[in-house]
Every structure is written in C-alpha cells, then in structure tokens.
Design a protein around this ligand. Structure first.
Ligand code: NFS
Length: 627
C-alpha cells in the first residue's frame, strides 16, 4: 500500500500552473510572494483599527493606543473579534439549514430523510411528537431552532447534551452561551472603542462565543442537515483532482451549505440532465467538490472530493471545469478572474457571497429545484466551449471510505469487542479499545490548509505519525480532504498503523482516519466526546483525546478552537492566532483558561514537535487514569 505523497501533489500543481502561465492566470502561489513578508504588527495582533483616531500600533516606544489601551487589550479585542467572525459565519450557515427545514415538504425539493433523528431531537427539546405529521414537526422544529438565534432568555438548548460536569464548569465560569446572535453581538459590543480592555473578560467572551457556535449554530447546522439529507453512513468515494473526468461535463461544487450542493447533485444525476449533457457532446456529468460542501455531499452521497481549500484554483486550471458553483465561505475571489482565462463558468448563488466576474444565480429554498436545473443545464451547454489544448487533469486519485457520523461510528464499532460485555449502541466498545490500550487515544484533526505551512504536509505527516502510534484519527473539513487525497481514508492504510489500531481497523473494517464531515460537523466530535465521557463516567478533560488544527487559516477555525478548548479538549495549533504580541493573552490561552474549562491551547510551528506534544499529552492522560 502506498500513499500519494505531497511531492506528487506538488508536481501535479506545478503542471497545472504551467497551463495557468500560458493563459496569463494569477495564482495564490504568486500572490503569496507579493504579500511576503507579512506585516509584523498584524502578525502579533498589536494593530488596532477599531476607531478612527488610529490606526494605532503598539511598539516599545508607543506602549498605548491613543485611547490609552495597552497591548493586552488590543490583542484580546482582536482575538475576540476574530472569534465573533467565525462564530457568526458557522451559525448563519446553521440558520440557513434551519430555514431550509421549514421548506421541507412531502414530495418537494427538500424532504425529511431522517425522521427518526428529527423525532429524537424534538423529544430532547421537549416538543410533543406523538401523532404529529412529520412535516408539521419539521416546521415546528424549524421555528424553534431559528428562535435559538434570538431568544430572550435561557441558554442554548444543545448544552444539555454535554456531561453535567461540563455544564457545571460553563456555569461557574460564566460562559454558557445564550441566544446565538446575542453572543456575536455582545462580542462586537464589548470590543467597540471604550468598552472592555481587560484580557480575562475578553477571553471569557471568546470562549462563550465559541460555545454558541459549537453547541449552538454549528450543531443546528449538522443536526438539521442530517434530518434533511440523511445521517451519514460509511460510503466509498474517491479524492483528488483525478476524480474529474475529461469526457464528462465537470461541475465542481464549492462552499459550505449543502442546501445548494444537494440539489445540484440531485439534478446532475437525473436522466434528463445526463441526456442533455450527451446532446452537448459529453459522455455524462461528473460532480465533484471542493471544501466543506464537498465533505457534505461526499459523506451522504459518495460524491468525489476534487480537493481542499488551496486546490480551488487547481480545479479551474484543469481546463476541464465547465462550472464551479459556489454558495458561501472559503471561496477565493480569485476564481472570478481565473475563470475568465478559461471557459469555466464561475457561478455564485448566495447574497452572502457575491463576487465580481461571476454569474450570479440566486438560490433559495423556495426555488431550489428550478435553479439547480438551470445551473446544471448551463454547465452542460458550456461543454462545447472547452479549449482541448488547455485540458489536463492530473492522474491522481485515491479511494476513500467516508461517512463516519457519531451514529455510524457507534454502529461500526459495535462489532469490535465482546458484545456480551459491552452494551451495543453506546461508545463502550470504543472505550474498551482505549482502556485496554489497543488504541492509545484519539486526535480530532481539523481545519484548513494555509500557505504558511507547506500545504497538506502537516495534516498528512501528523496523521501518519499518530496512527503509527495507535492513535485513531477523526477528521473533518480540509484536514479530512488532505487525508483522503493522500490515501489515509483507504482501508488499506491500516498497514501504516501500529499493531493495535491495525487490529481494530481490520475487525471493524474501517480506515484509520475517520471522516466526520465538514467543519460545522465538528459538533459531531463534541457529541462523541460527550458520549465517551458519559459512558465512561469520566470528565471530557480526562479522556485521552485532543484536538489539532495544524494549518488553520480562517476566523471559523478560531471559533472552533475556542469551543473545543471550552469543551475540555486540549487543542494544538500549528499557526499562531495573532496573539504573540501580548504575554497576558497568550498565557491565558495556553494556561489560564485551564482553570475554567480544564483544557488549553498549545501553539507549535514545528510540526514534528506538535505531534510529539500530542502523543505525550495522550500518554499523560492515560497515566493519570492508570490505564
Ligand atoms: Ni473549515 Fe470548511 Fe476548509 Fe478551513 Fe474553509 S472549507 S469550514 S474554514 S478552508 S477547513
């Protein structure tokens, strides 16, 4: 068994950039050069432009801004604003899903595909389900979920899913999230000129705002996406640019909201559209994906993953992309001018994400089917405009098995240990593997790739190291796609594991890196951690489990980091979140918050060391438990 190496990824990219050079295309690789070195003030988080007396920059000679704010206040406020941006983004995506749920109807574009899950959540929320039509229930839950964003009293409904101990910690620390929108608003209010400049209060709100995402908006996104589109189950797919097909109409879906990509997949798979593609001279239609919307449709439909964040330009550079259809988030504005160098249609669909040089076809839940069909047709019609001399699809792809929701993990592992002893339908078999030491622990690998780190290398190298040490990986977002492209989600990758993890992979018939979905699906990881804690009688912070985002870049990732830490899981970053300028903020994040939530951040840019630190932490937790 052989993984695809990063060198092979890079050779494929270099070949595509040659095509780019021929047509005069710009690339992120070139723009990075223009932007380096980066602004040192920005990197340290010591630049304040919150009011118009500045911008102020803190230096040894000028230790305070014009208002008198010191470096700790400035760095802390910047960190909180960064978090608020991420929490708002995930949560608004979640809200869109709740709205889509309100449009679900029997025989309509959107249906309830997992009624059992809807009923389960309704019962959790104290909603009467007996004798109720499933669509009436869906609409009632849609309203209630949307109210979570602006309710006037109480805390997030989802918090009750956490172990009591975790809830108590949140309460004692004063960080239980209230209405989702309120925490974002409160963060912006606190950081307005002349409000909070005390680091401790800013970091508390950063955790609270993060929690309003993870145990609020993101959880709404994941849970109601499952209700609408089905809860993922293990499914085979493929990953890397080679999933695009030179003979077919290639549609690439990119972004995050599955409401759009689900519809595109649905219509692209219809006989009517396939016949239409054939009438345009193609053999068929291939839909593949980039970023998290790709993860969503891979998890539920086995749609192949063309690439992750830093590969988005590559799909256009193949010269074989008829349409790149985007919804929201992580979309390079560069796709506009780039697509103009090729025949590719760059189709934006959301009022939230409008870009120059794109065709805007507004998509909404009410007209979803019609718009999806229009987009697929447009892509088919564009096939004839391809320039054959520019077409080159790298011959790189790997098999991957994906679809590991919590439900799927529990079900898959039921078979692993002695079911006479372990209760089925719980995480106890997994706990048994961990307690016995067959598996040493688990790492949640998440987040983006980032030109500051050699792209994908940190994800792949860390995963290889961890699985060789019998540590199972749960992965999401672009980290999961890095794994899939390298081959780490191929079941044959068990050969790269230590003996214990290899045995578990064989018995359960799983790959050593389990794809749990998109970044909003990190809420699945929270639920898994909560279940493990409840089933073991331990606190989350005692479990030999940590989180890691070695190449993260977005505000969303910081919001995630905050809720993962606040949930009790130590979190390891390979890129600094612009806080190095303040000793107080940096030490709160790496030590101080541990007093409130029993976990903290570690930042280490040396990736090998980062891996060692995680392994050491997992072993330390095992020692403390005496296992
Ligand atoms: Ni996450 Fe998904 Fe990727 Fe980073 Fe962007 S796609 S929501 S932010 S870049 S992992």
């Amino acid at each position: 068994f052989k993984l695809t190496t990063v060198e092979e990824f890079e050779a494929a990219t270099a070949r595509l950039l040659e095509t780019g050079a021929k047509v005069g295309a710009d690339s992120w690789q070139m723009r990075v050069k223009n932007q380096t070195p980066h602004c040192k003030f920005g990197e340290q988080g010591v630049c304040c432009r919150i009011c118009s007396m500045g911008p102020c920059r803190i230096t040894p000679k000028a230790p305070r801004g014009i208002c008198g704010c010191d470096v700790h206040g400035i760095v802390g406020r910047n960190f909180l604003r960064f978090t608020a941006g991420g929490a708002a983004t995930h949560s608004d995506h979640g809200r869109e899903i709740c709205i889509t749920l309100g449009h679900a109807k029997e025989g309509g574009d959107y249906q309830v595909k997992d009624p059992e899950k809807l009923i389960r959540i309704a019962k959790e929320w104290g909603v009467e389900t007996e004798g109720k039509d499933i669509y009436d229930l869906a609409h009632e839950m849609s309203d209630l979920a949307q109210e979570e964003y602006g309710k006037i009293r109480g805390v997030s409904r989802w918090l009750k899913r956490a172990p009591q101990h975790t809830q108590d910690l949140w309460h004692a620390a004063g960080i239980e999230p209230r209405a989702i929108d309120r925490e974002v608003s409160c963060a912006l209010h606190m950081t307005h000129m002349g409000n909070t400049s005390k680091p401790e209060a800013l970091i508390r709100q950063a955790l609270r705002n993060g929690l309003s995402d993870g145990w609020g908006g993101s959880m709404c996104g994941t849970e109601f996406s499952d209700v609408l589109f089905g809860t993922p189950k293990p499914i085979d797919t493929e990953a890397n640019l080679g999933v695009m097909n030179a003979e077919n109409v290639n549609i690439v879906v990119h972004g995050h909201d599955p409401s759009l990509s689900e519809m595109i997949c649905e219509y692209a798979d219809s006989k009517e559209m396939i016949d239409y593609a054939k009438s345009m001279g193609a053999k068929g239609i291939t839909v593949s994906g980039v970023c998290c919307t790709s993860n969503e449709v891979a998890m539920r439909r086995g749609i192949p993953m063309a690439g992750n964040f830093l590969q988005q330009e590559n799909v256009v550079l193949t010269g074989a992309c008829e349409a790149i259809v985007v919804d929201v988030q992580c979309i390079f504005p560069a796709l506009g001018p780039l697509s103009k160098c090729f025949h590719t249609k760059f189709i934006t669909t959301s009022p939230i994400c409008q870009m120059p040089d794109s065709d805007f076809i507004e998509f909404d839940a009410g007209t979803a089917g019609e718009k999806a069909k229009q987009i697929v047709k447009l892509a088919c019609e564009n096939f004839k405009n391809r320039k054959p001399e520019l077409v080159h699809i790298p011959d790189l792809k790997h098999k991957a098995t994906v679809g590991y929701s919590v439900e799927a993990i529990v079900k898959t592992l039921d078979g692993v240990t002695n079911s006479q002893v372990d209760e089925t339908g719980t995480t106890k078999p997994l706990l048994e593997c961990i307690t016995s030491g067959v598996i040493r622990g688990a790492v949640a690998m998440v987040g983006c790739n980032n030109p500051k780190v050699r792209p994908d290398t940190a994800h792949i190298e860390l995963m290889k190291k961890l699985i060789a040490n019998d540590i199972v990986i749960i992965a999401s977002g672009c980290s999961a796609q890095a794994a899939a492209r390298a081959g780490l989600m191929d079941k044959a990758a068990k050969d790269l594991c230590g003996a214990g993890l290899k045995r578990v992979c064989e018995l359960a018939d799983i790959p050593p890196v389990l794809h749990m979905g998109s970044c909003v699906d990190i809420s699945r990881m929270l639920i898994l951690a909560a279940e493990l804690a409840k089933d073991s009688g331990l606190n989350i912070s005692q479990l030999p489990v940590v989180g890691c985002a070695p190449e993260w870049m977005s505000e969303k990732a910081v919001s995630i980091g905050n809720y993962v830490v606040a949930t009790g899981l130590d979190t390891y970053l390979g890129v600094d979140p612009y806080v190095s300028g303040s000793t107080e903020v940096a030490s709160l994040l790496t030590e101080g918050v541990r007093d409130w939530v029993e976990a903290a951040y570690t930042v280490e840019k040396d990736i090998d060391k980062l891996g060692d630190l995680m392994i050491a932490r997992i072993e330390e937790k095992r020692d403390a438990l005496g296992i």
